[in-house]
Design a protein around this ligand. Sequence first.
Ligand code: PAF
Length: 282
Amino acid sequence: MVEIIKKIKEMQKRAESFRRMGKRIGLVPTMGFLHEGHLSLIRNIRNDCDVLVVSIFVNPTQFGPGEDFKEYPRDFERDKKLINENGGDIIFAPDTEEIYGKNYLTFVKVRELSEIMCGRSRPTHFEGVTTIVAKLFNIVKPHIAIFGQKDAQQAVIIKKMVNDLNFDVEIKISPIVREKSGIAMSSRNTYLNNNEKEQALALYKSLLIAREEISKGERKSEGIKEKMKNCFEKYPDVKLEYIEIRDFDTLKDLNHLKGNVLIAVAAKIGCARLIDNIIVNV
Ligand code: PAF
């Protein structure tokens, strides 16, 4: 049966004793309300470690004013069952007081990379993410941690933080898991009604168009972006926020596709803000 730890000191003591026994610790950081995407992270890291810790913490510092921190879906009992069934050993589930205490002052920021793409509309978001992930690394002491490709910008930023701050943690990226319709799995899909779910397909359809254009030989970002934008015209309820074509390792803007290319979209549908992407090797 999966074990639940709520206190930082206890988690650190357990991590230290696993390390002394020569056991390899794996971490799946989550905000809970697990879906198939999270479960694939658990399954994809299971064979890379001896002890698998899944953290559940809805991190207030990565939500901006007016965002959905309060409404963010939570269901601890369901998460516990799913983690147990999928091979997690420990759930680290602290409360906000335990993590941020009183008079919390220290933040980790990866400059530049956190200011582009999603960082434009969510200026404090990535600082919240890198701060909690750095804290989780110091608490759970993992040898390896896994993140989803769906949050591609987050993954690149975390890798940069790990490199710049010399965290001794291997970062693994796991592919996007999609619903049958094609939309990327996300806890925020629960905000969508049936009509909005259909409209949400615009993101994936636009990415398929990009893939097709590339397979036909198109290499200019502008041409691909134009075709993708046209696709959104068929979905009047979708408010497109951005289409970006960037290098997947550095997030440098690409005019011409070359190497490992990230094609990413963000849009608002009703009260949900959704993101999706594909990575193509050109
Ligand atoms: O990707 C998420 O669910 C969150 O941003 C993370 C990495 C768990 C940090 O709160």
